[in-house]
Design a protein around this ligand. Structure first.
Ligand SMILES: [Zn+2]
Length: 315
């Protein structure tokens, strides 16, 4: 069987088990970390990350995909420590976030892709840990010229290595569909892409246009109530399962044990369930109550992740 690269080495895709396909262990800006010692305290945060992931593991989670882009603070040493301490398979990412950084203007897609290919083939820094997934993002600007270059870079790295692509979108525009159009233009087989954050939408017609292209869609922000409450996310997944789309959905939280996007107090108050254990603890029982079969749940939590990471190999 195919193997997927994880923080502790290659793992048979049959051993991935229940897999959360879009999470983050730590999102912490590198420039701030390097310049202000009080910005992020790794020795305080890493034990919290380990404890949070262990709680999910106690509820059956065997694997997570960390989708933190390099320029949002991908921290491979922390990823490895958390994987070692929890025994959870952690698939590490490569790729760049949509946030425009001045130096990226001068780089063409091929030079950006070369960094990703290095992470995938040679490993990240001196750790020997190889990236197992390519992250890219578009967000509010949509597929503008700059973001299209990032998508092209991801496509080049994907076509060279066969490592799957997983994306970030926003429901405030049509970037999910626009990403597919761009990827198709760059020669990507859309069945090898996870279009992320589709679960923020309840628009079944729009979601079906994305599904009809063959991609997986990420119903991957459970617990982020401010964007969409859990019961509406559950209903959307249940309705798509009833239409026969369980084979194209993956379920996750997009949560972080530490992140610098929101004040921690805001999360504790407005998103107390935005954590790695919400899906096994609350969401899966809610899906069952909404009529989703055990078989469909297994498809979304185990079989689809296995499928995403089974098709390794360049074009
Ligand atoms: Zn994310």
């Amino acid at each position: 069987m195919p193997h997927v690269e994880t923080a502790l080495g290659p793992v048979d895709v049959n051993d991935l088990g229940m897999c959360l396909m879009h999470e983050h262990i730590v999102v912490a800006n590198w420039s701030m970390r390097q310049n202000y010692t009080n910005y992020y305290d790794a020795e305080q945060q890493i034990p919290k990350a380990i404890a949070a992931l262990k709680r999910a593991a106690d509820r059956g989670v065997r694997s997570i995909v960390d989708l933190t882009p390099v320029n949002l603070g991908r921290d491979i040493h922390t990823i490895r420590r958390v994987a070692e301490a929890t025994g959870v398979h952690v698939i590490a990412p490569t790729g760049f976030y949509w946030t425009e950084e001045p130096q990226m203007h001068a780089w063409d897609a091929r030079s950006l892709a070369s960094y990703m290919v290095r992470d995938i083939r040679d490993g990240i820094l001196d750790t020997g840990i190889k990236a197992g997934v390519i992250k890219c993002a578009t967000d509010n600007p949509g597929v503008d010229a700059f973001n299209k270059k990032l998508l092209q870079a991801a496509a080049i790295a994907h076509r060279e290595t066969g490592v799957p692509i997983s994306t970030h979108t926003t429901v405030s525009n049509t970037s999910a569909r626009d990403q597919q159009i761009a990827f198709a233009e760059f020669g990507v087989d859309l069945t090898r892409v996870v279009i992320g954050h589709c679960g923020d939408s309840t628009d079944l017609d729009y979601l079906q246009t994305i599904l009809d292209q063959g991609s997986f869609i990420g119903m991957d922000r459970f617990g982020l109530e401010a964007y969409l409450p859990t019961d509406q996310r559950v209903q959307t997944v249940a309705q798509l399962c009833a239409k026969g789309f369980a084979g194209q959905m993956v379920i996750s939280h997009d949560s972080c044990s530490f992140q610098d996007f929101f004040d921690q107090k805001y999360i504790e108050r407005f998103a107390p369930n935005w954590c790695y254990e919400h899906v096994p603890r609350d969401v899966l029982p809610a899906l069952k109550s909404a009529g989703v079969s055990d078989r469909d749940i297994n498809t979304m939590m185990v079989e689809n992740p296995k499928k995403v990471f089974s098709k390794i190999g360049g074009y």
